[in-house]
Ligand binder design. Sequence first.
Ligand SMILES: C[S@@+](CC[C@H](N)C(=O)[O-])C[C@H]1O[C@@H](n2cnc3c(N)ncnc32)[C@H](O)[C@@H]1O
Length: 221
Amino acid sequence: MKRDRGWIPEATDLQWIDEAAAPLGPVLLDMEAVATRKSIPIVDRESGRALAALAAGRRRIVEVGTAIGYSTLWLAMGQAPGGTIVTIDPDTTRTERARAWWRDAGVIDERVIQVTAKALDAFAAGERALEGPFDMAFVDALKDEYQAYVDALVPRLAPGALLIADNVLWSGRVSGARPSERDDVDTEALRAFDRALLRDNRFVATILPVGDGLLVAGYRG
Ligand SMILES: C[S@@+](CC[C@H](N)C(=O)[O-])C[C@H]1O[C@@H](n2cnc3c(N)ncnc32)[C@H](O)[C@@H]1O
């Protein structure tokens, strides 16, 4: 049955949120500008805000896909100052500047541990930094590996942990709202991933239509 949404947030709504919320700060703005200039994919600002809110009270966070560290910074800003984040990315050309930005934003070095490796290799190798339990995991790397990341993450999650994944609506290609002219492999993988997670009894999951779609799943443990 086709459902009438009634209202879909517009640019004006997003701008209103920006104005109502505390100013973004120069570091996040600089990161956004660099990501745009260099065509580096990062989460939408609204997804960043959601990540920060969901990170509140989470002591140990693991992130798959650092890039320039934009989502990492949102997570760090939401998390209590005593918390830590382990973030994985094999591409040092993207991650090399992240630490300086985090410092500029007031995040001390001890809080963020960078793992320079392909995530599945690092999990399989038993990388020490990736030992659980984590109380939040954020997945934002290769779309056709999302299910494998979750399979590796589940034994490392604490009961009640939050699992978040970005791009799960894939600009409308997952639902078919937009034709899938490219990335068919990724579209199919994301569609299968979404279906599996939304029906996975180990989680209570939903998809928030924020940014490119954020899957939010609470781990029952
Ligand atoms: C969409 S970007 C991450 C954006 C970042 N989360 C943000 O919003 O600021 C995806 C990142 O995944 C990284 N990546 C690619 N293959 C990977 C792998 N096998 N394991 C972990 N990260 C990978 C890429 O280098 C890229 O920086």
